[in-house]
Structure formats: C-alpha cells, structure tokens
Design a protein around this ligand. Sequence first.
Ligand code: SAH
Length: 340
Amino acid sequence: MEKIDILSLSLDELTSEICVMGEKKFRAKQIFDWLHIKKIKDFSQMSNISAQFRDELSKKFCLNQLIIKKRLVSRIDNTVKYLYELRDGGAVESVLMEYNHGNSLCVSTQVGCKMGCSFCASTIAGWVRNLEPSEILGQIYESERDSGRPVDSIVLMGIGEPLDNFENVVKFLQILSESGFSLRRVSLSTCGVVDKIRELAKLRLGVTLSVSLHAASDEKRSAIMPINRRFDLKTLMEACDDYFDQTGRRISFEYSLIEGVNDDDESADELITLLGGKNCHINLIPINEVKEREFRKSRSILRFQKRLNAAGLNATVRRTLGADINAACGQLRRDDLLNS
Ligand code: SAH
C-alpha cells in the first residue's frame, strides 16, 4: 500500500489518521508541530513521541522531501535561486529574496504550465503535473534549512498557475495558516482564471491577489496571453472588484513591459482607463528576456510609469534583485531539461 504524504495533511486530517491508530488527539498536534513548525526531516527527530509510535508512523506515512539540484547565489544582494528535484524526477524553482521587511520566497505551484503566455519560459514545454501541498511547503522548508534565513513572506509566483491547481494550493494555504503563518503575508499571482478568482474570494483567506495584466486592451492582451480569449478584461475586472469587495484586500496588478508591444503611450492610456479610480497597485516589471523568445526589455519604463503616476495611478517599478543570476522564471528548469 502506498504511504500517505503526511506533509500534505491538514491538522484535522492528521488528527483523524492519528486517532485511527489508537492515539490521543494531542499527539496529532505534537506531530503537526514537528512537521510544520520545527520542520524536521525524519520521524526519528520527534523526540517527545515514543520510538514504537515513530516506527508505526514511518510505516504508514512518508515525509516528502525536495532535493536541491542547483543553487545560484547572487553576489550583489543575497538573492538565492533554487532548482528543486521532486521525487518523480521533475523539477521546480524557488527564489529567496531579501527586502527591508524580511525574506520573501517565490514558490512554484505546478511542474510546467498550461497557460501559454507568450513571454514566459515556464510554459514552453507545457504542463507536466500539479504540485502536492507538501511540495509547495517543501520549497519553503528546504530553502529555510539551506539558507538559515526564515521566510517572512511568500509569493505564489514561480512556475505554474496557482489557480489551475486550486485544491492543492488552498490546502497548502490552510496548512500554512494552521502552522501560524499569517496569510496576510502571502500573495497569489494569477494570469486571470476568473472562475477560480471568484471561488478564492469566497474563502476569504486574506491572501493578496496579484493579477498579471501585461496589457489593458483585449486585442493586445489576447495576443500575448491566451487566457484572455477565455476570460476577457471586462470579466476579469468584475472578478477583481468582487475579490476586493469580499476581502477588503487591495489588488496588485503586474505589468511586464515589452519593447514595442505594450510600452507605448497608447498602452499607458488604456491602462489608465482600465484602472483609473480603483484602489489598487500597479507593479511595473522590466521583462526578463527568455532565450527562446524574441521579446526585448522596454527602454521606456520610467516614461510609462510617469504617465500612470500623472494620471493618479499608484504604479511602482519592481526593483531588480539578483541581477547576476537573473534568469527569467522557469528558465533554470528549462535549461536543465535541455541539458539532461
Ligand atoms: N501563473 C501565474 C504565476 C506565475 S508567473 C501568473 O501568471 O501570474 C509570475 C509572474 O511573472 C507573472 O506576472 C508572469 O506574467 C510574469 N512573467 C512570466 N514570464 C516573464 C518574463 N519573461 N519576464 C517578466 N515577467 C514574466
């Protein structure tokens, strides 16, 4: 019989499993703390659990671990980029970044991606599978162990579309919250899967929603983001307003500037029309050039920002971290696939 992935169990689920084994409820809480607060790697480290019960645990459950396949450390600002190997040989990336307010970790939610955004390296070889909650948590735990730096905030902005792995991502958030990590310190980035944005809003988890916009007219957005052909801008904006109304959380819009595609005055004005008057933040990102794609970094980022600011929009340019290891998201895994 296949062992149960213990790190993917919520506290309630773990409690039921432990009670079925004839143990008291408080044992489940002790085990949960070992797994998600002390973040141990082996059942043998659970020192307040009897050796006999630890043995039973290791027969019934497995402790899913990620292996660091590659680690790139920036000499400029301590940014660390990890390529993690999963138990089936797949690989995902995480990036640990240092800000004034603490360490932020960008985690992946899928192996590959189905969304097909034309500038993104994660989607080139398609989608392989969804990550389990334990594999999303594992990226946090392993990067903390390896770097010795506690993670203070998390962004679901690595490989994959979090809302295309809705169930596992919500379970991940539940376990994270049960471990005492405030979900107000989590941001979830989506290309705009509207039906799932609405489902997420209903859960009122307190996570910040980041929406990858990258263009403010349906014509331009559909040309670079296929999801826009399924859910157009009007539908997306209605879902964003609903998210704000239900959660009170201000939405953050990401806009990666691509030379000659979405960085001219007309595009800025479309953005002003779309977002003017909304309580939101716009994150302008210099596009990371992807080897396999023609897109080039915009040379008019500051001009674009000024135009938005002059119209009263709250737009900032994302600081570039780890410029010396600045492979685009998904490029590390992609290079690894090509070389193996
Ligand atoms: N699928 C989710 C989260 C992963 S992508 C989403 O689309 O939001 C994280 C962010 O990086 C998104 O805003 C995405 O559009 C952006 N991105 C992807 N490739 C990029 C590139 N080459 N340069 C800059 N941003 C990129």
